[in-house]
Design a protein around this ligand. Structure first.
Ligand SMILES: [Zn+2]
Length: 125
């Protein structure tokens, strides 16, 4: 089993979080909200070969849930707003936070796959 140096994994994740090409760190990783560009505009690397599958939404749910739920419960306990008002506020914040976090997680997963050499071809084996 091949090992990947931790610094390359960190580099891939950092570049992915910045939504940059994991190969060069310069080109944009996405051509639209969550669509990975077919080729990097700076180095030409094909980043669509790195799978992300269900990992980005899974990570996003974990992060958003762990931030939103305690805050929603605390605000409800502290200020006792009407339940529907509390629900409307925190649901809106959760949706916005999800939309902001999902591209970051997808970039990080693609960067991790780049660093570890996992491609769609090797992931299916
Ligand atoms: Zn590139």
């Amino acid at each position: 089993m091949a090992t990947t140096e931790p610094s390359k994994i960190g580099l891939g994740i950092r570049r992915g979080l910045a939504q940059r090409c994991p190969q060069c760190g310069k080109g944009r990783l996405f051509r639209s909200f969550l669509k990975v560009a077919e080729s990097c505009e700076a180095c030409g690397a094909d980043n669509t070969r790195y799978p992300s599958d269900d990992a980005p939404p899974y990570l996003t749910v974990i992060i958003v849930g762990h931030v939103i739920l305690p805050l929603a419960i605390l605000s409800y306990e502290a200020w006792l707003p009407h339940m529907w008002l509390n629900l409307a506020i925190w649901t809106s914040i959760a949706i916005l936070m999800t939309l902001a976090t999902l591209p970051l997680m997808k970039g990080a997963v693609v960067g991790f796959a780049w660093a570890t050499g996992v491609t769609r071809e090797t992931a299916r084996q």
